[in-house]
Design a protein around this ligand. Structure first.
Ligand SMILES: [Zn+2]
Length: 100
């Protein structure tokens, strides 16, 4: 019986510590999904079982802003993931720069 590279318990702890992120697509909570990595080792990755995707998720705030952008610029056909990534990037750029 082979051990997991990342156990469900480890990943659940990481998910809680990162603030219980939600799926960019449907907004449900991110959960550990059992899978195998590229080397064929059993492991768990973060994802959304509802959408069947692997993702580390996003925050409610980011998803709300992303939904507004997708609505306003619907002709650009952003995916929810792309819109959330864009919003996350803008928010992080908007953070005050740490002084040296
Ligand atoms: Zn989802």
């Amino acid at each position: 019986m082979k051990e997991y590279i990342i156990t469900r318990q480890q990943l659940e702890k990481n998910i809680i510590e990162s603030g219980n992120p939600i799926c960019q697509e449907c907004g449900l909570v991110i959960t550990p999904i059992e899978t195998v990595d590229n080397a064929g080792n059993r492991t768990h990755w973060c994802g959304c079982t509802n959408c069947g995707i692997y993702t580390s998720g996003t925050t409610e705030k980011v998803r709300e802003i992303a939904k507004k952008i997708m609505h306003r610029y619907s002709y650009r056909q952003f995916s929810a993931k792309e819109a959330c990534d864009l919003v996350s990037m803008v928010l992080s750029l908007n953070q005050p720069h740490p002084e040296g």
